[in-house]
Design a protein around this ligand. Structure first.
Ligand code: GLA
Length: 412
């Protein structure tokens, strides 16, 4: 009897800790302010680009009117620098009154009226990374209630200005507090990024129970070098990271920077393909008001999005790395539902388009099928592929060829 009571007590504790919001069965998609708009609070000289309700209303309108929402890009997420420098007299977080005169609830209502969701940013610690009021341990419940009262749909909880111990208490505490509000609020945890991103310091089993997504690694910057640095870190640690992702709980390599200043079109196609193979959240951080046609085509590629959102929710892996291939072509593979796969050939060359020849057998595909591939960017179909037969793809410097590959005939 006693033991049974003890066990059911344990189960209760475990249940209370779980983030049971049922959200994000596929990687979340939307828009996040940080990489492109940072902490620009100077609305006097830069009214169109400062962190203000105007910026978010503009992005809500673009997402709703320009075909994004229908493709799944539904989150509009505020990052740092939205707050007033001090809490109000009751200790409640408040937005900067000049930059957000209508308040966050009005913004959430507007997002909802346009069929979108609103995300907000907080920080487990004394201050946000940019020095705005943080959520100390004693404020966790109050802030969760505030976000729920405003009708917020997602919280990114950063980890500046807190100790390891405060983070270990605070992140699970916020998961419980969000659950307790009764409002489904997706929860993005920056915790692992502050603890080096790897076990034993990071407990991914716990994270998968309490967070819908988590930042594992440093911030993306507007450059190809930054994209490669992130891809290399995720690939080097894929044995740890790949198994912990799945429906409802995702690794987050950070925002898409497509549409900004640091990537060529080739590199933009590469970031989109690699994030998709990583089953990564697709949060664009770019100015949707001035996006070029080519960036839009990359971000709105339907087959790409279908692959990213695949219901199996398996993260892919780098199956061939550059040190082992003199060609300087790397190969990434993500298994998909219906025995399909996504294959990405990435060129790390800096000379000219490279003709890369390989076969599906060399990439460990079974010889008991005949395959067909659709090129995700060109739309071209390659049929009648036998595993043992060589094929050649032409990959541009810092570009990719991406295939959606599926068996058409199973051989006896
Ligand atoms: C940290 C986070 C970024 C961003 C900034 C805001 O650096 O990792 O994504 O939220 O803080 O200050």
């Amino acid at each position: 009897m006693k033991l049974a009571a003890f066990v059911s007590g344990l189960a209760l504790v475990a249940c209370a800790l779980d983030l049971e919001n049922g959200l994000m069965k596929a990687p979340p998609m939307g828009w996040l302010a940080w990489e492109r708009f940072r902490c620009n609070t100077d609305c006097k000289t830069d009214p169109d680009n400062c962190i203000s309700e105007k910026l978010f209303v503009d992005m809500i309108d673009r997402l709703a009117d320009d075909g994004w929402k229908e493709l799944g890009y539904v989150y509009v997420n505020i990052d740092d620098c939205w707050m007033a420098k001090k809490r109000d007299t009751s200790g409640k977080l408040i937005p900067d009154p000049e930059r957000f005169p209508s308040g966050i609830k009005a913004l959430a209502d507007y997002a909802h009226s346009r069929g979108l969701k609103l995300g907000i940013y907080g920080d487990m610690g004394n201050y946000t990374c940019c020095g705005y009021p943080g959520t100390t341990l004693d404020r966790v419940e109050q802030d969760a209630l505030t976000f729920a009262e405003w009708g917020v749909d997602m919280l990114k909880l950063d980890g500046c200005y807190s100790s390891e111990d405060e983070q270990a208490q605070g992140y699970p505490k916020m998961a419980m507090a969000l659950n307790a509000t009764g409002r489904p609020i997706a929860y993005s945890c920056s915790w692992p990024a502050y603890q080096g991103g790897l076990p034993p310091k990071v407990n991914y089993t716990l994270l998968a129970n309490i967070c819908n997504l988590w930042r594992n690694y440093g911030d993306i910057q507007d450059s190809w070098r930054s994209v490669l640095d992130i891809v290399d870190w995720f690939s080097a640690n894929q044995d740890v990271l790949q198994p912990v992702a799945g429906p409802g709980h995702w690794n987050d390599p950070d925002m898409l920077i497509i549409g900004n200043f640091g990537l060529s079109d080739e590199q933009s196609r590469s970031q989109m393909a690699l994030w998709t193979v990583l089953a990564a959240p697709l949060f664009m951080s770019t100015d949707l008001r001035t996006l070029s046609r080519s960036s839009r085509e990359i971000l709105q590629n339907r087959l790409m999005i279908k692959i990213n959102q695949d219901p199996l929710g398996l993260q892919g892996r780098r199956v061939l790395r550059v040190q082992k291939s003199k060609s300087h072509i790397e190969v990434f593979l993500r298994p998909l539902s219906h025995s399909a796969s996504a294959l990405v050939f990435l060129s790390r060359r800096t000379d000219m388009p490279y003709r890369y020849t390989t076969s599906l057998s060399k990439l460990n595909f079974s010889a008991s099928a005949v395959y067909e591939a659709q090129d995700v960017y060109s739309g071209g179909i390659i049929s009648g592929l036998k595993a043992g037969e060589n094929f050649t793809v032409i990959v541009n410097p810092s570009g990719v060829v991406m295939w959606y590959l599926y068996p058409t005939i199973t051989l006896m």
